[in-house]
Design a binder for this molecule. Structure first.
Ligand code: HEC
Length: 270
């Protein structure tokens, strides 16, 4: 009976302890996935801001490598202004795409060059077409992917750089468009290895190794999912500073008001 009670309390206490200490409780139902390591991205931490140079390079990787399969339907060209590009550069980038607009005075749709207010172009017309071209697998929209996956940018980095030979006993049907990646739940992913050394040529001269590109595109995707992170952190710090100052003033005020009461000696005479 005592053992049962112990077991029961452990069942309650352990998950709570794990949450309190920040330890990750792995889902035991699926052992075929490797948890992503905690990578030292420079934008992590309460006092650090986005690495905008990395965001700029990451956008280039997205545009030149990922955009042929993945849409980013919540991202506009104007979002890049002031972060990765200036207005002129972003306008130039937008003008490189053709957008269907209209109808015009004759009631017809027409093509025009992109504007800052346009969203990034989608590679496929619809989900069915995307699946048909990718052996049935659907390349998800990447606008919020860093928030939509457990582990965020750490998971994305591990996934992009984690392709390897399938271990003995695991069969992967490459002819059906399956590839082995231990970080993808289940281990078999419908996306081939994307990042190989030198796949893009950075305009700032940074060497485009596979891991450099993965870091940059993950920083870009993390930023896309949470563009206001820097503001949030700054306001948080301002509020904490303000609260600290208020606490000191309130403490002093309390002592000031109570001092006469606490120091007064009251004597009673019969
Ligand atoms: C040739 C097409 C293609 C390209 C190019 C491509 N992907 Fe994918 N991607 C896919 C497909 C297909 C899937 C769906 C895989 C599945 O569900 O098995 C996918 C899935 C993903 C996922 C989701 C994994 C998950 O947890 O569900 C991420 C993240 C991703 N890709 C990132 C990228 C990034 C970043 C790039 C550019 C460096 C890129 N992809 C380039 C086809 C592509």
């Amino acid at each position: 009976m005592f053992a049962a009670a112990l077991r029961e309390s452990a069942r309650v206490v352990l998950p709570v302890a794990a949450v309190v200490t920040g330890a990750t409780v792995m889902a035991s139902a699926n052992d075929e996935v490797v948890p992503a390591p905690n990578y030292p991205f420079s934008h992590k931490g309460p006092f650090s801001s986005w690495d905008t140079k990395s965001i700029r390079r990451g956008y280039q990787v997205y545009k030149e490598v990922c955009a042929s399969c993945h849409s980013m339907k919540y991202m506009h060209y104007r979002d890049l202004v002031g972060v990765a590009y200036n207005e002129k550069e972003a306008k130039f980038l937008a003008e490189q795409i053709e957008v269907e607009d209209g109808p015009n005075d004759e009631g017809e749709m027409f093509e025009r060059p992109g504007k800052l207010s346009d969203v990034f172009p989608a590679p496929y017309e619809n989900e069915e077409q995307a699946r048909a071209i990718n052996n049935g697998a659907l390349p998800p929209d990447l606008s919020l992917i860093a928030k939509a996956r457990h582990g965020g940018e750490d998971y994305l980095f591990a996934l992009l750089t984690g392709y390897r030979e399938a271990p003995a006993g695991v069969t992967v049907n490459e002819d059906a468009g399956q590839y082995y990646n231990p970080y993808f739940p289940g281990g078999k992913i419908g996306m081939p290895l994307q990042l190989i050394d030198g796949a893009v040529e950075y305009d700032d001269g940074v060497e485009s190794t596979a891991s450099q590109m993965a870091k940059d595109v993950c920083t870009f995707l993390a930023w896309a999912a949470e563009p206001h992170q820097d503001d949030r952190k700054r306001v948080g710090q301002q509020m904490l500073t303000l609260f600290a100052i208020c606490a000191v003033i309130a403490g002093y005020h309390k002592r000031f008001k109570w001092a006469p009461i606490k120091n007064t000696k009251i004597s009673y005479f019969k």
